[in-house]
Ligand binder design. Structure first.
Ligand code: ADP
Ligand code: MG
Length: 625
């Protein structure tokens, strides 16, 4: 038609589509999850827009997602149709949203897929949510008909269609020849590939939806079904048939015995049935959303599937916590997930890293934008759903910003995270070890950040979750260290050496003397450790003491004796020291001193007590100081 416009895909999109179709074959069932989650997003958008502009939705018209499976008469193909009553798309939006790489997630995928071409693309699709393009995994041709709601700016919207084939580098956008058939929203028709006809089977579609726990769709998903049912034949039709029967001459009438006649009696009273085809909309996600269920009734598998589908993750979570709580007058249910890895760019990204905390009221998403009340960086990786029972639903998002509850959410999440970590540390040591492999540095960052906020309570709780190796033991807490202190010991001795193994550090010259004296030394290998120590300063009334710094004092009863010994050494070795000083004065300004810190090693280079340790120097230089 004249008004139809043909568009070339951006070259990126063409490339992406190719990657999708070629490499994700075995994961192609994700298309359904993606399309339903788009439908869900579109309805959420409508609802959020309606909070400000009632004309887009009256608050009454049903919000839902419907699926229809249409087999060809010949049975050699068919179409899967997904419709929603969401915000819809204008022709311009059809072009930009579906024809360009508008979403960062999608372009991120592209970058990934290119860099590890062919390797684990199947996982990546889950990680980034390929979205609309996944349609082409199962469809040769896709039609998207869409009608946005009437608004003041656009009082008479016209339904348009976006159409595209899997093997063409272009797409069309044109007014729907059927007119405005949709009340509002979007209808996606997938003309299924010959090898994807399984998605025309009701059972396949049903089980896919259950697998992803209702896709966390807050809105009902209905499937149009047809089934064969035995139904009673209406009385009038029945009368007709009996009359016909009566007219038939009976054969062998004479031979009927009494017993047989008796048996026939009840048969005549039996309801006569026949097979009919019943068409019905079946509610697929009629299970209450997972987070509203009793944790006792939810399996680990369900928690994992829900996490992956809801937060678009491809790995299982390492830990989660599902609970009910009250915060002042607000009662809520919450589900906090701890991912098994940190976001790849976690340490590079700025303070305001991307977050996924979703505030719902009575199961409906209100916001995931927390502004100034967002989580601090150290816990920004948390994936959270928090569903309040009784915040007034019609509050606009602006008012919500100032709502007390919003402020409290951050603390609720932090407190609960700490609790579930404490519990795991006590109850499942092996699992806790696994968690700390990823989260040890995070806890230290937490200490540093909360110390900066002046929240010593959380700072101490986070510190107590940490585990260290020492010269004597592995995986001990700061409290374990303090409990094992020597009589009279008033310092926590530590040696920091980024990236070193603790095994090597046990042979370090800096710990010899301490080991000899029966002290335990914390061995720190994390980039974060020294900053952590300088933030915490004291634990259990004991000051942290870097054993690689000059002026190390043990503070025990042997001190006086050693002082005298040292004086004698200093006298004895004066000529040697003078010789060293003389011979190094052109190349170095360091001090050469006689020390009794070493037991078996002849000499060591130590750092000035007010200077940075070698590690800190490394760290600061790497940050361009
Ligand atoms: P994403 O969902 O990550 O944004 P998609 O490829 O899934 O990426 O979708 C791209 C865009 O197309 C969406 O952001 C949205 O603007 C639009 N879109 C997709 N499906 C629908 C729909 N059912 N209703 C309205 N808009 C949609
Ligand atoms: Mg999407």
């Amino acid at each position: 038609t004249d008004s139809s416009t043909k568009h070339e895909y951006q070259s990126d999109v063409a490339r992406l589509r190719k990657i999708v179709i070629e490499s994700l074959y075995s994961h192609r069932e994700v298309f359904l999850r993606e399309l339903i989650s788009n439908a869900n997003d579109a309805i959420e958008k409508l609802r959020l827009t309606a909070l400000k502009d009632k004309t887009v939705w009256d608050g009454v018209a049903p919000l839902n997602i419907t699926l229809k499976l249409e087999k060809n008469e010949e049975g050699d193909g068919g179409r899967l149709i997904i419709s929603d009553t969401g915000i819809g798309m204008s022709p311009k939006e059809l072009t930009t949203n579906l024809g360009t790489l508008a979403k960062s997630g999608t372009s991120e995928f592209l970058a990934k897929a290119d860099s590890n071409s062919g390797s684990s693309n199947g996982n990546l699709i889950g990680a980034f949510g390929l979205g609309f393009y996944s349609s082409f995994l199962v469809a040769d041709k896709v039609y998207v008909a869409s009608l946005p709601p009437a608004t003041e700016a656009n009082p008479q919207p016209v339904q348009h269609v976006f159409s595209s084939s899997a093997d063409e580098p272009s797409f069309d956008v044109y007014p729907d020849p059927r007119g405005n058939t949709l009340g509002r929203g979007t209808e996606i028709t997938l003309v299924l590939k010959k090898d994807a006809l399984e998605y025309l089977e009701e059972e396949t579609v049903k089980s896919l939806i259950t697998k992803h726990s209702g896709f966390a769709s807050s809105f009902p998903v209905y499937l149009f079904t047809k089934r064969i049912e035995e139904q009673p034949i209406p009385q009038d039709e029945l009368d007709q048939t009996t009359e016909e029967k009566k007219e038939k001459p009976k054969v062998d009438d004479d031979e009927v015995v009494v017993e047989d006649a008796k048996e026939e009696e009840p048969k005549e009273n039996e309801v006569k049935t026949r097979q009919v085809t019943v068409e019905e909309w079946v509610h697929l996600n009629d299970q209450p959303p997972l987070w509203t269920r009793d944790p006792k009734d939810v399996t680990d598998e369900e928690y994992k599937n829900f996490y992956k589908a809801t937060f678009k993750q491809y790995q299982d979570p390492i830990l989660w916590h599902h609970f009910k709580g009250d915060s002042g007058p607000v009662s809520f249910r919450a589900l906090i997930y701890v991912p098994s890895t940190l976001p790849e760019d976690f340490w590079q990204s700025p303070q305001t890293a991307q977050q996924d905390t979703r505030l719902l009221v009575k199961r409906v998403l209100i916001t995931s934008e927390f502004g100034e009340h967002r989580l601090p960086k150290w816990i920004s990786w948390a994936k959270v759903i928090i569903d309040a029972d009784d915040l007034p639903l019609n509050v606009s998002r602006e008012t919500l910003q100032s709502n007390r509850f919003l402020k409290q959410i951050k603390n609720i999440i932090i407190t609960r995270f700490i609790q579930v970590m404490q519990k795991t540390a006590e109850e499942d040591v092996e699992k806790y070890k696994e968690i700390l492999k990823v989260y040890n540095p995070i806890l230290k960052l937490g200490v540093i950040e909360t110390a900066a906020e002046g929240k010593t309570g959380n700072r101490d709780k986070l510190s107590s979750l940490l585990r260290f190796d020492t010269t004597l033991r592995t995986g001990i807490s700061l409290q374990d260290y303090v409990d094992n202190r020597k009589e009279g010991q008033n310092q926590i001795f530590f040696l920091a050496n980024i990236g070193q193994t603790t095994e090597n550090m046990r042979h370090s010259v800096f710990v010899e003397k301490l080991i000899a004296r029966g002290y335990e030394v914390l061995l720190m290998t994390d980039t974060m450790d020294e900053i952590f120590v300088s933030n915490l300063r004291v634990w259990g009334n004991m000051r942290f003491q870097d054993v690689a710094k000059k002026g190390l004092q043990y503070g025990d009863e042997d001190v006086e004796k050693e002082k005298k010994e040292l004086e004698k050494f200093k006298e004895d070795y004066k000529p040697l020291v003078n010789f060293f000083v003389k011979s190094t004065k052109d190349i170095s300004r360091m001090a050469i001193v006689i020390s009794n810190r070493l037991v078996t090693s002849p000499c060591a280079i130590v750092v000035d007590s007010f200077g940075y340790s070698a590690n800190m120097e490394k760290l600061l230089t790497s940050h361009g100081k």
